[in-house]
Design a protein around this ligand. Structure first.
Ligand SMILES: Nc1nc2c(c(=O)[nH]1)N[C@H]1C(S)=C(S)[C@@H](COP(=O)(O)O)O[C@H]1N2
Ligand SMILES: [Mo]
Length: 405
C-alpha cells in the first residue's frame, strides 16, 4: 500500500512528541493571552464607538462590552501596549509555525470523527488553526503592507481575535492537564504524535527547540528597535525604514504630504484656514491668527498601530480645550470630530473623546522641536494627544467640530 498522510507511518520525524508540543503550547498560552489583551486595549484606544468615524462598523454589540474611555495617562501608554502587541506577535511566529508542524499528523487521523464530542473537538481545532493563522497573517500584512484589506483591517482583526481566542481558550482548558503532565515528567509518553517508524534524528528535541527560539530571537532583534530612537537602525523589518533622517522633523513619518496629496498651495498662508465649529457657531482662523492665541508645549511621542513609536517630541501649539472654548465650551469640553484637508485616504478624519480634548497636553500643534511643523509631519497644524494611537493624531487639520458624538 502506498503511504499517504493518512497512514501513521507516513510521518517520520523523530522530533514530534508530547514534550515538544507541550513546551511550544505553554509558550503560546502565555504569549497569545498577552496578544489578546493588548489587542483589545488597542481597539479600545481607537475610540471605535465614537460615531461611525473611526470604525466603519461601530456596533460591536456584545463584543464591545469592554470598551472604555482610553486614558491620557501615562502619556506613553499606547506606545507600550501596541509596541508589546506587535513585537510579541512577530516574535511568536516561529513558535506558532513549529507548534502547528508538531501536530500536523493529527489533521489526518482517520476516521475524521469517532463521536459527536470528537467531531466538536475537531471543529474547534479548525477554528483554532484557521483563526490563529488569520490573526497572524492579517496582523503582519497590516504592519508591512498597510491596509490591503477589503473594508477595514480593524473589524476583521477584531472579530477574528474573538473567534480565535474562544477556540484557543477551549483548547487550553482541554489540553492544559496533559501539557502539564508531559512537562513535569520530562519523559516521553507514547502518544499519537510520536512517529511509529521514525527517521534517525539529525537534531535533538532541545536542539530543535533552540532553533525555534533562535528564529524568534532574530525576529525580536530586528523588530524591537522600531520603538526606540537609539535602536531604530536595528529595526530592519520595520515598514518605514530604520533611518527617519535628522533635524527637528527627523522622526518617523507614516504618510508623507505627497502621498496624501496635500500640496504647498493647500498649506499656504493665503489658502489655509482652520475652521472650528461648535455650540456658538463657526470660527475661521489663519495660521497667523492661531499664533496669537496662547501657545503651550507638550512632550509626547507618536505611537502607531503598526507597532513603531518615536520618543517624546517637543510640540508647541494651541490647546484643544482653548479651541473648544472659542466656540462655546468653557469648562467641560465635549468630543471633537477632526477633518484633514487631505481629500482621500483612510486617516483623514478622526474622533477624539472629551477626556482627550480636556487634557491640557492635547494640542493643535503648530511647531515641533522648536521649528514650524514640516510638511510631512502635518504643517500647517496637526493634532497631538497624550497616550493616543498615532492614527488619531490627524495631520494637515482643516476642521474641528466640537460637540458630543
Ligand atoms: N491626515 C492624516 N493624518 C494622519 C495620517 C494620515 O495618513 N493622514 N496618518 C496617521 C498615522 S496612522 C500616524 S501613525 C501618524 C504619524 O504621524 P507622523 O507621520 O508625523 O509620524 O499620523 C496620523 N495622522
Ligand atoms: Mo499609525
Amino acid at each position: 500500500m502506498r503511504r499517504t498522510p493518512f497512514s501513521p507511518s507516513f510521518w517520520r520525524s523523530p522530533l514530534r512528541g508530547p514534550w515538544f508540543t507541550s513546551v511550544l503550547g505553554v509558550v503560546l498560552l502565555v504569549g497569545i493571552t498577552v496578544l489578546f489583551v493588548t489587542g483589545l486595549l488597542s481597539y479600545a484606544a481607537y475610540n471605535p464607538d465614537l460615531s461611525p468615524v473611526n470604525d466603519k462598523t461601530p456596533d460591536k454589540g456584545l463584543l464591545g462590552f469592554y470598551l472604555f474611555s482610553w486614558p491620557t495617562d501615562p502619556h506613553w501608554l499606547y506606545r507600550l501596549t501596541q509596541g508589546v502587541h506587535v513585537t510579541l506577535g512577530i516574535t511568536l511566529i516561529p513558535v506558532l509555525l513549529a507548534k502547528l508542524w508538531s501536530v500536523v499528523p493529527k489533521l489526518f487521523t482517520l476516521p475524521p470523527a469517532r463521536s459527536v464530542t470528537h467531531a466538536l473537538e475537531r471543529l474547534s481545532l479548525l477554528l483554532l488553526v484557521g483563526g490563529g493563522l488569520f490573526e497572524f497573517v492579517t496582523g503582519v500584512l497590516n504592519v508591512q503592507l498597510d491596509y490591503i484589506f477589503p473594508g477595514s483591517f480593524y473589524p476583521l482583526h477584531f472579530y477574528g481575535a474573538w473567534v480565535f481566542f474562544g477556540a484557543f481558550l477551549a483548547h487550553a482548558v482541554l489540553k492544559m492537564p496533559t501539557a502539564w503532565r508531559n512537562l513535569r515528567q520530562l519523559r516521553e509518553e507514547r502518544n499519537d504524535l510520536v512517529s511509529v517508524n521514525p527517521d534517525p534524528p539529525t537534531v535533538s528535541r532541545r536542539g530543535a527547540l533552540g532553533l525555534v527560539g533562535g528564529g524568534s530571537l532574530l525576529l525580536f532583534g530586528t523588530t524591537v528597535g522600531q520603538g526606540f530612537d537609539g535602536l531604530r537602525w536595528s529595526a530592519v523589518l520595520a515598514p518605514h525604514g530604520a533611518d527617519p533622517g535628522s533635524g527637528p522633523g527627523g522622526f518617523q513619518i507614516n504618510k508623507t504630504a505627497a502621498y496624501a496629496g496635500v500640496t504647498a498651495a493647500d498649506r499656504s498662508e493665503e489658502a489655509w484656514r482652520l475652521v472650528v465649529r461648535g455650540r456658538t457657531g463657526t470660527v475661521r482662523l489663519s495660521r497667523a491668527e492661531l499664533l496669537q492665541l496662547p501657545l503651550h508645549s507638550s512632550s509626547l511621542p507618536i505611537a502607531c498601530v503598526e507597532g513603531w513609536s518615536t520618543s517624546d517630541q517637543w510640540w508647541r501649539g494651541v490647546r484643544l480645550r482653548d479651541l473648544a472654548a472659542l466656540v462655546g465650551y468653557d469648562g467641560d469640553p465635549p468630543d471633537v470630530f477632526v477633518q484633514s484637508l487631505q481629500r482621500h485616504g483612510a486617516f483623514r478624519r478622526a474622533a477624539l473623546r472629551a477626556n482627550q480634548v480636556a487634557d491640557p497636553r492635547s494640542l493643535l500643534a503648530l511647531f515641533v522641536n522648536g521649528e514650524p511643523l514640516t510638511p510631512d509631519h502635518g504643517h500647517p497644524a496637526r493634532i497631538i494627544v497624550p497616550a493616543a494611537p498615532g492614527v488619531l493624531n490627524t495631520k494637515w487639520v482643516a476642521e474641528l467640530t466640537f460637540g458630543d458624538l
